[in-house]
Design a protein around this ligand. Sequence first.
Ligand SMILES: [Zn+2]
Ligand SMILES: [Zn+2]
Length: 361
Amino acid sequence: MDVPSFYACYLLKSLSFPKSVYIGSTPNPIRRLRQHNGLISSGASKTSKRRPWDMTMIVYGFPSKLAALQFEWAWQHPHKTLRLPSETRSIIRGSKSARKRASSPRFDLKKSAQNVFAMLTSDAWSGWPLKMKIFSQEVWIIWKQILDKASGGLPAHITLELDPRKRTVETKEGSPAHEIPLRPGKIREKTPLPGSPVSKTKRLIYKPDEFGGVQGIDLLATKFTTDHLEKAEKIFDNGIEGKICSICLKPFSAKLLQTLTSPHENIILCTSGPCTHLAHVRCLAAIFLDKSKSLLPIIGFCPGCSSSLSWIDLIRGVGIRAKASMKTKAWKIDNDLDLVLDAMDEDEDIGSSGDTSSSTG
Ligand SMILES: [Zn+2]
Ligand SMILES: [Zn+2]
């Protein structure tokens, strides 16, 4: 079961041209911001003239890379996407001549934030298990204004976190160092603050990714992994014998234990807090799909604890456990070939279609 690793759509703001914004997507916002700012080479040529850039917010938790790319495109082209009702799009109207000259409308920080809000609350995306992090106080203030005006907020399952850049402050001897949030996009030393025009000849000493914020993104989902494994270890202390699926009430196949496949491949363990709800992958998938218009499970509620769960997180949990048990257990591969073949048959039922597609060309 392959789960896409971290993938985010992001909104940059130029600190030298405060009206310039840039929307992109990346599996690694930390590295990508460094590329945009020329701190490491390669890519990001489009943004090289308006450095330095500040990453103001990210949207992540997409069910696939393709889903992230579709989201990115719509956020970049809210005037073209068919998935967003036209009355919810925010576009800068400019003068007639400016409109004629420009091949596409312009967006500033506020319009971009309004557009992403419209997207997250639209039919097309409100059912996705997305998460948001806002790194800039400026966008946070804009966001609160958007919420004040909107009739409803974000869907409850979309998590939003304010995570401003932090800086460790050295304090007097004896008292511990502590962290304070920096003002967004603060340019240190002799340069003016963002918002005021900056002379191009002045060298900016801003280091946007120096202190937490973007830098603090948990790309490897370390906390999720440790928490999930800790919980799984307690539950599966004595293997899967005696454990049943809470939905169909059938025991988990012990046959799988003795084969090449990890038993965890078949079992979903709730990812919410201490809940220990266990289910077959396909049993829970059926429940998730029941009330959804989507063809693939995306989001649903745990039948045990009623928490809103992201399918991608559940499958990530399956993968984490499978990997861990592969590493820690000495594999007793049964020599009984029939048993192995049986289990492989069973595996095919679980999801992989035996479709052999032929390539042309
Ligand atoms: Zn079941
Ligand atoms: Zn649960």
